[in-house]
Ligand binder design. Structure first.
Ligand code: PSU
Ligand code: MN
Length: 348
């Protein structure tokens, strides 16, 4: 049994089916040569630095790109994307921002590629799991959501992913059925997501219930079990678990991979007190933004980006400032977890 567990860990749990081979300067990775090379040529391009880090079991942190393409305005989106990468590097881990350029999935986007996505000079789709086949086949650009990014991170063997907030069950979901694919992805893909919980544009209680149904282990990393509401450290709801340190978080991820649960985890990191936005102001702005969304008949994947931009407008940029601060903080925490996890993998 010990041997099986060791093998699973060494191979990155369910990633044992992966085969790797070098193509020119970069590495292409896939389930088998037909699936990834087949008719469309290579489909995932991993930067050299990220390839080396994965191969050597060094700490790597995946990052999403919808936050760049649809989550923040230019140039704050680009500045944040670059800053977050630097925070991760400073903590001794390798950042791997994931996105799609001309129908090719990139793991470890270059600064030029980040800029291309940030300025949306070409059509660029918000890409969750369900959008992937279309974006790839049309060879267009895509910002990967939490669900899209998790899917890719798992395929290439990156078990830790940092973002600001994940999608969830929308308010009024009992009518609209609007439940983010991020939640089902967390149920089916073995990647730990570090985020500041979910925004209160969503129904946080229902989101936690849904995560439980999906079998997702949710834990707050902090001084109490309060589940954070993105802009504020507590939502009024409790996470089932609390972790005291990044090493505790790394242990949990390590065990989940070793046991091959196949499920993701959500590590909720409260926004630091110093960056916290005024809860009342945010709440008012969210209510106004949701009413506007309804009046303008905004539906489906357009809801989250619309509400985010309206809340930013209605708070005169205060929400964006808090958003940037918390994602930088999450990046530092996520990188520390990745460093601890790499250490555990070397000597469990
Ligand atoms: N929440 C944020 N900022 C974001 C998103 C969510 O505070 O940028 C993005 C993430 O990429 C997330 C996606 O995966 O929105 C969820 O969209 P939807 O609600 O349509 O599933
Ligand atoms: Mn939705």
């Amino acid at each position: 049994m010990l041997m099986i567990m060791t093998m699973n860990i060494a191979r990155g749990s369910c990633f044992h089916r992966l085969a790797r081979w070098g193509i020119g300067k970069r590495q292409v990775i896939g389930l088998d040569s037909r699936a990834f090379h087949g008719m469309n040529g290579s489909m995932i391009e991993i930067s050299d630095v990220v390839t080396q880090a994965i191969k050597n079991n060094e700490p790597v942190v995946a990052l999403e790109s919808t936050i760049i393409t649809h989550g923040m305005p230019y140039p704050a989106n680009l500045e944040t994307a670059l800053k977050v990468e630097n925070v991760i590097k400073a903590k001794g881990a390798v950042p791997a921002t994931i996105g799609i350029i001309k129908g090719r999935v990139h793991v470890g986007l270059t600064a030029d590629q980040l800029e291309l996505l940030a300025t949306m000079r070409e059509p660029c789709l918000k890409t969750s799991r369900r959008d992937l086949p279309y974006v790839l086949s049309k060879k267009i650009n895509g910002g990967t959501t939490v669900s899209g990014t998790m899917l890719v991170a798992a395929k290439v063997g990156i078990p830790i992913f940092v973002t600001g907030g994940i999608g969830g069950v929308h308010r009024g979901a009992e009518e609209s059925f609007d439940i983010s694919a991020d939640l089902t992805e967390l149920g089916r893909t073995p990647v730990a997501v570090v985020s500041s919980g979910v925004k209160s544009i969503l129904d946080i209680g229902k989101t936690l219930e849904y995560l439980e149904t999906q079998g997702v282990c949710v834990a707050t990393l902090g001084s109490n079990n309060d589940f954070p509401a993105f802009f504020t450290p507590s939502s009024g709801f409790q996470a089932p678990y609390r972790l005291e340190t990044t090493t505790d978080a790394a242990r949990m991820i390590h065990q989940s991979l070793a046991f091959d649960t196949g499920s993701g985890m959500l590590i909720a990191v409260p926004i630091p007190e110093s960056s916290q936005a005024d809860g009342e102001t945010i709440e008012r702005a969210i209510r106004a933004a949701l009413t506007l969304a309804d009046q303008q008949n905004i539906r489906g994947r357009d809801v989250t980006p619309f509400v985010l931009s309206q809340v930013n407008r209605l708070t005169s940029g205060a929400s964006l400032t808090a958003n940037r601060a918390l994602i930088e903080h999450n990046a530092a925490i996520g990188a520390a977890i990745a460093v601890d996890l790499a250490r555990l993998r070397q000597s469990p």
